[in-house]
Ligand binder design. Structure first.
Ligand code: NAP
Length: 254
């Protein structure tokens, strides 16, 4: 079978460990023949991401904390000479207390932090990456149903995901003429380090399993396969959209 991403180079941001959705996406991209570049947030994650990167045959592993302008500038410099075809943004953060206490108690700093890491980073990463996407390509981010529906304890992250989805549309509108498509995958809940930060997350998994049309939760590999579709030529007519990979949970009313 032909590989869907043969000849394409993908920059993937957001691997923290083997449970990360970014890692599942990177595995799917490797399977489909992509040339992979990774970033990691800081020294704390370097060894893990280097080990996972070796298993993926990653060509380069670059340090990049998306809140640091100097890191973004270095990312841009290290992409010199690269032709990028896909960028995967799988980054989010909010203070633990903002994912457990009442939403109305969200602090100004906590609100700004969640938006800086989880939303503005898509704008800055797109700005750094787009000049290297000279043959067109795909920018893909990860969102969640909490952007448009109220999900207990998701709180400030739901507001950030709403802003992220709007950011996808504005970027898609501007970058479309360069044949750069920008989309979000709205993944169903998956037990990752970020998800463990949400109070009562295991209850969310149980509720989805009980109510989703497919009566189960999704796997990281299923998210990875849709990310392949979006980055591949099969997704060439899709931009500015949110694709749900959630076993159908989002369609359910009563
Ligand atoms: P994860 O493995 O914890 O990945 C989150 C990543 O964001 C980590 O690599 C984290 O690094 C990184 N990050 C946080 N702050 C950063 C910064 N300042 N600079 C660079 N990287 C930073 O969890 P995940 O669930 O795979 O999350 C990936 C994306 O999927 C997120 O956008 C998340 O909201 C989204 N998503 C997840 C689910 C789910 O149920 N798991 C569902 C829908 C959408 P550190 O570990 O160092 O903080």
């Amino acid at each position: 079978m032909p590989q869907l991403l043969e000849g394409k180079t993908a920059l993937i941001l957001g691997i923290a460990n083997r449970w990360s959705l970014a890692y599942a996406i990177a595995q799917a991209y490797q399977r489909e023949g992509a040339h992979i570049l990774l970033t990691y947030q800081n020294e704390r994650l370097k060894k893990t991401v280097e080990e996972l990167g070796a298993s993926l045959g990653a060509a380069r592993i670059i340090e990049c904390d998306v809140t640091r302008e100097e890191d973004l500038a270095r990312l841009g410099e290290s992409l010199a000479g690269e032709k990028l075809h896909a960028v995967v943004h799988a980054i989010a953060f909010a203070n633990a207390e903002d994912l457990s206490r009442p939403f109305v108690e969200t602090s100004r700093d906590g609100f700004a932090l969640a938006h800086n890491v989880s939303v503005y980073s898509l704008v800055s990463v797109a700005r750094v990456a787009a000049p290297h996407m000279t043959e067109g390509g795909a920018i893909i981010t990860l969102t969640y149903l909490g952007a448009t529906r109220v999900v207990a304890n998701y709180n400030v992250m739901g507001v950030a995901k709403a802003a992220l989805e709007a950011t996808v549309r504005y970027l898609a509108s501007e970058l479309g003429e360069k044949n750069i498509r920008v989309n979000a995958i709205s993944a169903g809940p998956v037990k990752t380090a970020a998800a463990r930060g949400i109070k009562d997350f295991s209850t969310v998994l149980e509720k989805v399993e009980a109510r989703a049309p497919m009566r189960r939760n999704v796997t990281p590999a299923e998210v990875g396969d849709v990310a392949v579709f979006l980055a591949s030529d099969l997704g060439r007519g899709v931009t500015g959209d949110v694709l749900f990979v959630d076993a159908g949970y989002h369609i359910m009313g009563l």
